[in-house]
Design a protein. Structure first.
Length: 202
C-alpha cells in the first residue's frame, strides 16, 4: 500500500527557512562576531539562497536583531519558569536572578546580549528588547514586592533599570572568569536591600 507523503505548507517552509537562518547566523555571530560575519557564509550554512535571506530580513543587521531578540526571549522564559506566581515576591526575585545568571551562561549569550548587541543595535534598541523580555520580568517582580508591601513604593522603572545593570555587570564579570559565587551572594544582598529581606523567608 502506497503511503501519501504529507507536503509541508508554504508557511511551514517559510518558518523552517527562517529558523535555519537564525541558527546559522547565531553560530557565526557567536564565533566570529557581527563585523566579521558575512551573509554568504550564513546562507551557505543554512542551506538557503540569498534571496531567501532577504525575503525574511532586510539586511545582516536585521538578522542580528532577530537573533538577539530570540536570545532575550529564551532568557526571559527561563526566569519566568524559575519564579512562579506562588512564590513570595522576594523569593521570586531571588530565583529569577539565579535563573538569569544561569541562562546568560549559555554559549554566546553574554556576547550577543551584553557586548555585541548594544554595539551593533544601539542602546535604545537594546532597551526596547529588554523591556519586552528580561526587564519586563524584573519590573513585574518589583511591582509585586511593592504590592506585598515588602518594599516601599519607589520609581519602578528606575529601580528596575539599576538592578538590571547590576545583574548585567555580574554576568559580564562571571563570563570573564570572576568568582561566580561572590557575585551571586552580592546580588542576593542587593535584592534583600531593595526588597527588605533578611536572608530568610518572613
Amino acid at each position: 500500500m502506497q503511503m501519501k507523503v504529507r507536503r509541508r505548507s508554504n508557511r511551514e517552509r517559510r518558518e523552517a527557512t527562517k529558523a535555519a537562518l537564525l541558527r546559522a547566523a547565531r553560530e557565526f555571530f557567536v564565533s566570529k562576531g557581527f563585523a566579521e560575519t558575512g551573509t554568504p557564509e550564513i546562507v551557505a550554512a543554512a542551506g538557503v539562497t540569498r534571496g531567501a535571506l532577504y525575503h525574511h530580513f532586510a539586511d545582516k543587521k536585521a538578522l542580528f536583531d532577530a537573533v538577539v531578540e530570540e536570545e532575550a526571549a529564551s532568557v526571559a522564559e527561563a526566569i519566568e519558569q524559575a519564579s512562579p506566581d506562588a512564590l513570595s515576591a522576594r523569593e521570586a526575585l531571588l530565583r529569577g536572578g539565579e535563573a538569569f545568571l544561569d541562562a546568560i551562561r549559555e554559549r554566546g549569550r553574554t556576547r550577543l546580549l551584553l557586548l555585541d548587541g548594544p554595539a551593533v543595535l544601539g542602546r535604545a534598541r537594546m532597551d526596547e528588547i529588554d523591556a519586552a523580555y528580561g526587564g519586563r520580568t524584573l519590573e513585574e517582580g518589583l511591582a509585586a514586592a511593592m504590592e506585598e508591601k515588602s518594599m516601599p513604593h519607589l520609581p519602578l522603572a528606575a529601580i528596575a533599570a539599576m538592578l538590571s545593570a547590576a545583574f548585567d555587570r555580574a554576568a559580564l564579570a562571571i563570563d570573564s572568569g570572576a568568582d561566580a559565587q561572590a557575585y551571586r551572594e552580592g546580588l542576593v544582598a542587593l535584592i534583600d536591600g531593595v526588597v527588605g529581606g533578611s536572608g530568610q523567608e518572613r
